[in-house]
Ligand binder design. Structure first.
Ligand SMILES: [Zn+2]
Ligand SMILES: [Zn+2]
Length: 639
């Protein structure tokens, strides 16, 4: 499953998980811990947590490889010494032997050692919750056609035990169907069911890959009280209707755009569907798999970019992650707390549990608040200054979006400004999802207003997430405001060819790494997992080559936005750590920082650029402990 932006897909999990989330937090955590203890013997991933080192254990000295510090003052060194959780020093082999006599020496045998990778924007708990849904996204090696999607749905309908069983699916991506854009409308679902009678249909709830769009069957519309004609149109979202000859027929197509519209069908799901996934075992195992996959991919820190969105409470999600971490190798965390911003629009009140940022625990930073300014460019809901192309209009008009579509404005500038002002005033960094150029305009205006209230805002490092379609003057404004971008660089590899069709020449403004670097902005590269894999070197390859992997012609998108390998590595080590307020702890190899390391089979800086993504992670160390080892090497052997 390769959905295209995960930021807002997770409210489905939040309400669908009501059977767990409804419990007291303490009960849930106890159930999770008891369950994992019980099943631990059967699952190797639950035995992967590193053993604590005995006190007084000797230092470790790494040598005989390429050691890249990611520092400008001393980029390459001969040796590194760590002791306990800390880096003791870097320098010549002799100097390090003098620094730590009696250290256990680890022969790198020519491998490359670097600071561990930092993924500055991904989703852990929500991804774990959605994992059990029926996957309707593209699968490597399989043709992705509308017929293939319908076949999976038909199969699910036929194998449902009764007409009352919910069918919940994720990952559907109209933009990448090889046989042209199609939507899963009520008419399509009627055909699959062979009836238009809502009571003879299963409740079907399908989240798009971006989560910015939901598709529902007539049964769900009936449960939700959405009429067949002239559905309500909430602020900040759209319940789509069919068009004929450019005229709105008013007939509901079953497509719900953005949370204010999606909440109609979410409410039905929440009220009528319990236990998705079925229990604490599923949640715990899925979480464990994600944490382990993160470290096995070389990540030593991840930023959970919407903490609380899945279980309805940031504290509960943090406790769930920490409980699973008793059993499983894990990266350290930064976090951006999800704020239910839509309640602001509905009630005018801030129904938000504000809390203070807390940077004191380097295993779990609470440094940011998360907001959303728009939808998804490939879903034609990213908010643009100018309408999408005529091609986009032809694809989306009939069922869906109507004419002259510019995307979806989730919140107006006034509401964004209010939320940013409150958060910054309390000392929180704000990170805001903004894909289209107009959404970036909106959030920059909100950041500007906040800067006027809070002159010290530069220190907060406010961010624009994805920051996909970016103009020169916006880069200039970001420099003036002290606001920095984090790019979902696999948009280039996997959706670049789609965005050329949807946005025309504007697609050239996608993920402008070289331009922001030239302007002096510290940028980062993220996975937005599950949107793209937890593989930092894959992102290095895309940032360095800008090759559109899924383009039938394998073209290069905006060659002048290519960056060097070292820049792409910094964007996922020191600069990503800086964007997460973690640079005092990690991001470079430097005495006094924590010992987060990755050891690679070969050096990305001398590798053929088109093969960087294939470099294997050999070992990963977090906080001075080995948490992943691909094969026995040197002094340290596989756990
Ligand atoms: Zn997002
Ligand atoms: Zn996201």
């Amino acid at each position: 499953m390769l959905p295209n932006c995960a930021c807002s897909r997770f409210d489905v999990a939040q309400v669908a998980f009501a059977s767990l989330a409804g419990k007291e937090a303490d009960d849930l955590i106890k159930e999770l811990k008891d369950t994992l203890e019980r099943i631990r013997p059967d699952y190797p991933v639950l035995q992967s947590a590193p053993l604590p080192e005995p006190p007084g254990a000797p230092a470790r000295l790494f040598y005989n490889g390429i050691i890249r510090t990611m520092r400008d003052d001393l980029p390459l060194v001969e040796a590194l010494v760590i002791r306990g959780t800390d880096i003791l020093g870097v320098g010549t082999l002799q100097a390090m032997r003098d620094l730590a006599p009696g250290a256990r020496e680890i022969d790198l045998a020519g491998r490359t050692l670097m600071p561990g990778f930092v993924d500055p924007h991904m989703h852990v708990v929500a991804s774990a919750l959605l994992a059990p849904g029926l996957g309707l996204g593209p699968v490597a090696g399989e043709a992705y056609t509308f017929d293939s999607v319908k076949a999976k749905l038909r199969q699910a309908i036929q194998s449902a035990p009764s007409v009352n069983d919910w069918i919940v699916a994720t990952g559907f991506d109209s933009s990448r169907l090889s046989d042209g854009w199609q939507n899963i409308t009520v008419d399509v679902l009627d055909d699959l069911f062979g009836t238009k009678d809502p009571d003879q249909q299963n409740p079907v709830y399908i989240a798009s890959g971006s989560g910015h769009t939901t598709y529902a069957s007539r049964r769900v519309l009936k449960m939700a009280g959405v009429p067949e004609y002239d559905p309500p149109q909430p602020d900040g979202g759209k319940i789509a209707t069919f068009f004929e000859d450019e005229k709105d027929t008013g007939r509901t197509s079953g497509i719900f755009i953005e949370y204010p519209a999606q909440k109609y069908v979410l409410a039905a799901l929440s009220a009528n569907h319990q236990g998705f996934p079925e229990d604490a075992k599923t949640l715990g195992l899925n979480l464990a798999e994600i944490l382990y996959t993160a470290v096995a991919s070389g990540n030593t820190m991840v930023n959970e970019a919407a903490l609380g969105i899945a279980l309805g409470s940031a504290a509960l999600e943090k406790a769930a992650i920490e409980t699973v971490s008793i059993f499983t190798a894990r990266p350290r965390f930064a976090s951006a707390q999800y704020v239910n911003q839509y309640q602001l629009g509905q009630t005018g009140a801030h129904k938000v549990q504000w809390d203070q940022p807390n940077l004191s625990d380097p295993m779990f930073l609470q440094q940011a608040i998360k907001l959303f300014a728009d939808g998804s460019n490939q879903g034609v809901t990213g908010l643009q200054r100018e309408p999408y192309t005529p091609w986009a209009r032809i694809q989306t008009e009939r069922d869906y979006l109507g004419v002259d579509v510019k995307g979806n404005q989730n919140l107006p500038v006034s509401a964004l400004s209010t939320l940013v002002g409150i958060a910054n005033g309390l000392g929180w960094q704000v990170i805001t999802h903004a894909n289209g150029d107009a959404a970036i305009d909106n959030i920059l205006a909100a950041y500007q207003a906040s800067n006027e209230q809070h002159p010290d805002n530069g220190a907060l490092r406010n961010r624009v997430e994805h920051c996909s379609i970016l103009h020169d003057e916006q880069i200039d404004l970001m420099v003036r405001l002290g606001v920095v971008p984090s790019f979902l660089i696999q948009h280039v590899a996997e959706w670049g060819y789609v965005l050329k069709k949807l946005l025309g020449d504007r697609a050239k403004l996608l993920d402008r790494c070289a331009s922001v670097e030239k302007a002096g902005l510290r940028f980062s590269l993220h996975s937005d997992y599950t949107v793209s894999p937890l593989e930092p070197l894959r992102r290095v390859q895309t940032a360095v080559t800008r090759i559109m992997d899924l383009d039938p012609d394998h073209g290069v998108l905006s060659a002048d936005e290519r960056i060097s390998v070292v820049s792409a590595l910094k964007a996922q080590t020191i600069d990503a750590a800086w964007q997460c307020h973690a640079d005092q702890y990690v991001g470079t190899l430097q005495a006094g920082k924590l010992a987060d390391l990755v050891i690679l089979d070969s050096d990305p800086c001398t590798c053929e650029p088109t093969h960087i993504g294939d470099i294997k992670v050999s070992e990963t160390w977090v906080n001075g402990a080995q948490v992943f080892c691909a094969a026995p090497h040197g002094e340290v052997s596989a756990a």
